[in-house]
Design a protein around this ligand. Structure first.
Ligand code: PLP
Length: 370
């Protein structure tokens, strides 16, 4: 049964346009377009409150936030990270002249496998950069223990982990810094945007300087900073978007449940377990297409496309298989069997607030009928 309308893997939740107009009017009235204007300040406070974190510094996007987070902590040498992520995770290391050291992932959570971190540590290691993949919390306690034992920093790529809880608190409070992305494809978006969650005022101040060329005041530059500032238009949109975020996550939760029900008995299709409750934001719906399934992952991907369903193979290819990484010793297939297998089996199904039940059902039926 061919879908009339194409179904993409995600679609942003847009509030009614007339609700955004008053924000624009204020920007036009104030004539302050960026550099820490009122919406920027309001969004920082609103996010601290919503997320339950102490300090947050907004950014123009998540990638510049990652690059700046590494600068802020003066990370250098080697950093242990996961190959199973969006390519920006490792790119932020290369942009800082840091050598990524890839560690394999856990087959159930698809997050970095803490049991494999210690053997990857060398005298050059200065930090660990794990990813809360699909918003699933990493084993933050175990990672922190290793970091403490070896004197390493921990920077979480928390691009998927907006609003995710861990043991009753925000997962974003773990590690030295956590980095969010508010890209259009993420659960909470500001068109383009990102943020660094910081534990104390001093670190936030340093990050605020770094994202504004290193300026402390009109005549004082304390670091070779970058331009990473979020504009007033993006911050205003974030404030508006925040009003409906709980509703959006709730809607996604129902879609997640509907997929799990619909796919429960399909042989060879493995739904990645959700951390559940407040520990999930339902940002993605990844499934693994195993060998017992009649089609290969790519054949299923093509079959869905032929039916106007544009699922995505996140995260394929694996970061370690891209040309700028594949000659690193830790990029070898033999070092990363679990991640390579996941990258070859994964497919992320459409999930977004406007997705209708019958669209979810047509996806599950197509998968079940193969
Ligand atoms: C989206 C994403 C980023 C990059 O964020 P941008 O805001 O698009 O720059 C980084 N890491 C992960 C895991 C992501 O999914």
């Amino acid at each position: 049964m061919k879908q009339n309308k194409p179904v993409f893997v995600t679609q942003p939740t847009l509030p009614p346009l007339d609700e955004f107009v008053p924000y624009l009017q204020q920007i036009w009235d104030n004539k302050i377009l960026t550099n820490g204007g009122q919406f920027h300040q309001q969004l920082e406070s609103a996010l601290c409150e919503y997320l339950g974190v102490k300090y947050i510094s907004l950014f123009t996007n998540g990638t510049i936030a990652l690059v700046t987070a590494l600068q802020a902590l003066r990370v250098s040498g080697e950093v242990i990270t996961t190959p199973y992520s969006f390519v920006a995770t490792s790119h932020s290391l290369l942009w800082n002249g840091i050598k990524p050291v890839f560690v394999d992932i856990d087959p159930e959570t698809l997050n970095i496998d803490p049991a494999k971190i210690e053997v990857a540590i060398t005298p050059q290691t200065t930090a660990i950069m794990p990813v809360h993949c699909y918003g699933h919390p990493c084993d933050v306690d175990r990672i922190q223990k290793i970091a403490d034992a070896y004197g390493l920093k921990v920077i979480y790529d928390a691009a998927h982990a907006f609003g995710v809880q861990y043991n009753g608190g925000s997962v974003l409070s773990f590690g030295d810094l956590s980095v969010l992305s508010f890209h259009a494809t993420k659960v909470f978006n500001t068109f383009e945007g990102g943020a660094i969650v910081c534990p104390d005022a001093k670190t936030k101040l340093r990050i605020d300087h770094l994202k504004n060329f290193g300026f402390v005041d009109e005549v004082t530059v304390v670091a070779p900073g970058i331009n990473g500032k979020m504009s007033e238009i993006n911050a205003a949109f974030g404030l508006l978007q925040l009003k409906s975020i709980d509703e959006a996550i709730q809607k996604r939760r129902l879609i997640d449940e509907r997929y799990r029900d619909g796919l429960a008995n399909v042989k060879g299709i493995h739904c990645i377990p959700s951390a559940g409750g407040g520990s999930a934001n339902y940002s993605y719906f990844p499934v693994l297409v195993g060998s017992e399934y009649p089609l290969s992952r790519d054949a299923l991907y093509q079959k869905l496309r032929d039916n106007n369903i544009f699922a995505r193979r996140y995260f394929y290819p694996l970061i370690s298989n891209f040309p700028m990484y594949h000659s690193l010793p830790t990029a070898a297939l033999s070092n990363l069997p679990v991640a390579n297998k996941a990258a070859n089996e994964v497919i992320c199904l459409p999930i977004y607030t406007a997705l209708e039940d019958d669209q979810v059902d047509s996806v599950t039926e197509l998968i079940a009928k193969a």
